[in-house]
Design a protein around this ligand. Structure first.
Ligand SMILES: Cc1cc2nc3c(=O)[nH]c(=O)nc-3n(C[C@H](O)[C@H](O)[C@H](O)COP(=O)(O)OP(=O)(O)OC[C@H]3O[C@@H](n4cnc5c(N)ncnc54)[C@H](O)[C@@H]3O)c2cc1C
Length: 372
């Protein structure tokens, strides 16, 4: 039986480990001591709607496949681990208050029409009736999308960890950067201090840190960490059930009364820290939409680093020049959503099966061709 070593224990690493172990593979998963919150913990868990029947571009196909799998995985994880990952189709409302936002939302509406994704235009009156706590002042356009869903990502990660354990995945913790041992163009083992983990295949899923980790192997992936900050409120009486989106900002109600408000998009290096000005901006955004969401209801805040690539497409595939090396990273703002589909196509690759989605646009080798 082959052994796959997965390096990086965020949503990508855990999902791939869960899928591979479910197919009967031996898997070792290496993660390091956390510095701040990994993106997978920090994220909002929004799953935007997609249509598997109409998706043409491989990126849309990956999103649509992932959505279908999220519904299935939630059931499987619950039955294998007893942990509810909070998957629910809660619907979303997209709001535009500025002219620019209205133009962007019209574009999104055109995309939904093309993909036959169900939506409904709401008048200010209908919006006010549906969302009594929402301030409708200045709202130029409101579209309701019933297919939008969410997962509660910290619960999902916990379920995946428990599921991986029960499927026999071995967990290892690295201190400092792991070191690859190579022989004749093959990766043969990973050294973690005194520990040596042998493998037949190696899959690197270290999020924003992937690029650094691959430098010693002569692989150059163009990546940048993009910070996102988040606020967590507790307001059990809100009655809010639907996700509210406006531009790149959102309000995500959890069923237990918690409400997430995010987020920012900042290039600030590897600094997963919150900053006063951004938190103040998010607070102001929240209060402008939901005036009753006052600072007294604020519970905590955090930041995470999204793994971004130079062209906006993830890196999914074989490592250039390393036949038994693979990489899955760079999902930027949609990694929680695309994690299930990514796990499937990466497991297909590891098993040398033709992946069910054309992975050419995601080939890690494209960096050399296009940047040099
Ligand atoms: C504020 C915010 C909101 C978001 N909201 C959403 C959303 O609503 N929907 C959505 O789909 N996506 C969302 N995202 C994006 C999503 O969270 C990311 O795309 C996704 O989590 C990336 O997962 P990952 O496993 O690639 O990276 P990470 O979660 O960063 O995991 C990488 C792992 O690799 C480990 N690692 C790093 N270096 C090493 C090393 N040298 N050795 C061993 N291990 C190492 C780290 O410790 C970490 O555990 C959001 C992100 C943020 C920050």
């Amino acid at each position: 039986m082959t052994r796959t070593v997965v390096i990086g224990g965020g949503i990508m690493g855990l999902s791939i480990a869960w899928e591979l172990s479910g197919r009967g593979h031996r898997v070792s998963l290496v993660d390091r001591e956390q510095v701040g919150r990994p993106a997978s913990w920090a994220g909002a868990g929004i799953l935007v709607p997609a249509n598997e029947q109409t998706a043409i571009h491989p990126l849309d196909q990956l999103t649509a496949l992932s959505n279908r799998l999220h519904a299935e995985w939630a059931v499987d994880l619950k039955s294998e681990t007893g942990i509810d990952n909070g998957f629910q189709v809660c619907g979303g409302i997209y709001l535009a208050r500025s002219l620019g936002e209205a133009a962007a939302l019209s574009g999104l509406r055109g995309y939904w029409e093309e993909c036959q994704i169900e939506y409904l235009e709401l008048s200010a009156t209908a919006l006010g009736l549906q969302q009594p706590h929402l301030s409708t002042a200045g709202v130029r356009m409101a579209l309701s999308v019933p297919g939008e869903a969410q997962i509660r990502n910290p619960h999902h990660l916990r379920a995946l960890r428990a599921g991986c354990r029960s499927r026999g995945v071995e967990f290892h913790q690295s201190v400092g950067d792991p070191c690859f041992e190579t022989r004749s163009g093959q990766l043969v083992a990973l050294r973690l201090g005194n520990q040596r983990i042998e493998g037949d295949r190696f899959c690197i899923t270290a999020g924003a840190w992937t690029s650094e980790l691959l430098h010693p192997l002569g692989v150059n992936l163009s990546m940048i960490p993009v910070r996102g900050q988040m606020l967590l409120y507790f307001w059990p009486e809100s009655g809010l059930k639907t996700i509210l989106n406006e531009g790149s900002r959102y309000v995500v109600p959890r069923p237990d009364g918690h409400i997430l408000v995010g987020s920012s998009t900042e290039e600030a290096g590897f600094e997963p820290t919150t900053t006063k000005p951004v938190l103040a901006e998010l607070e102001a955004f929240a209060a402008s939409l939901l005036p009753a969401l006052t600072p007294e209801r604020l519970e905590s805040q955090w930041a995470g680093l999204r793994p971004a690539t130079y062209d906006g497409f993830p890196y999914l595939g074989r490592l250039p020049n390393w036949e038994n090396g693979f990489v899955a990273t760079g999902h930027f703002k949609v990694g929680l959503q695309q994690s299930t589909g990514t796990a499937l196509v990466m497991a297909d690759l590891v098993e040398e099966k033709p992946p069910r989605i054309d992975l050419a646009p995601f080939d890690p080798a494209r960096v050399k061709e296009e940047i040099s």
